[in-house]
Design a binder for this molecule. Sequence first.
Ligand code: COA
Length: 222
Amino acid sequence: MSEYEVLIREFEVEDYNRVRDMITSGLREAVALIVKTQVINKAGVWAILLGFVAVVGLISSIDLMSLAAVSFLTLFIYYVSGLLYMNFYCLPMELEDINSGCPIDRYEKFWVAEVGSPARREIIGSVALRMAGDSNEYKLELKRMSVDKKYRRDGTASLLLRKALDYSLEKGAKEVVLASSSAQMPAIHLYSKFGFKIRRIFTEKVMYGMIHYTIVEMSHTN
Ligand SMILES: CC(C)(COP(=O)(O)OP(=O)(O)OC[C@H]1O[C@@H](n2cnc3c(N)ncnc32)[C@H](O)[C@@H]1OP(=O)(O)O)[C@@H](O)C(=O)NCCC(=O)NCCS
């Protein structure tokens, strides 16, 4: 349980910059993990390739050091271009609703978690709900769950999720749905703890298939 008091309240326009930065940095963590995982996976392929090249080098006169340098340089370029692609192409798309101005009208509800006194408050978390578009039933989609790194594992996300689920129940929503990813395992544990079930898992491929990651769709039936 948290040692400080966390207040959950509705988003206000002046929270925008702080909330946008917090959500962006939470997603950047996932992006960094996705790219790192790819490189580690690909490193296995590169090790086999290097072994092969070494054998070829030994039975021919090619300079092994140059071959190794070229191989590692290629891996490094792959890592950096993956990071750039994810950060400057995929992330802005995912954050379009937040980056295109204050999101207050684009969500049915948007809450923030804050600590401190009214004179010196600090936003440490957020969560939002919007209508899930693919059904005639009243379903809600959970978005923008994020907690500042400094305040994690202290129950803040649980308070935010409880608030969102209570609201969905109060409003008579049949279901709360969400999409997360394999790079967000803490979030998947959190949602499972609150009764969300995995509905669909699929692989998303970007950067011409060079970057793969797993999307996990979950839902909570009221
Ligand atoms: C996911 C996230 C919101 C959790 O916030 P939090 O305030 O630390 O979560 P809580 O303290 O309320 O934890 C509640 C439960 O979540 C799970 N959980 C949270 N962090 C976890 C971690 N690092 N590893 C495993 N499970 C974790 C646990 O089940 C935990 O219950 P427990 O403490 O009884 O084990 C936070 O890690 C985060 O902001 N991550 C980056 C952004 C992100 O991935 N958002 C989700 C988008 S879908």
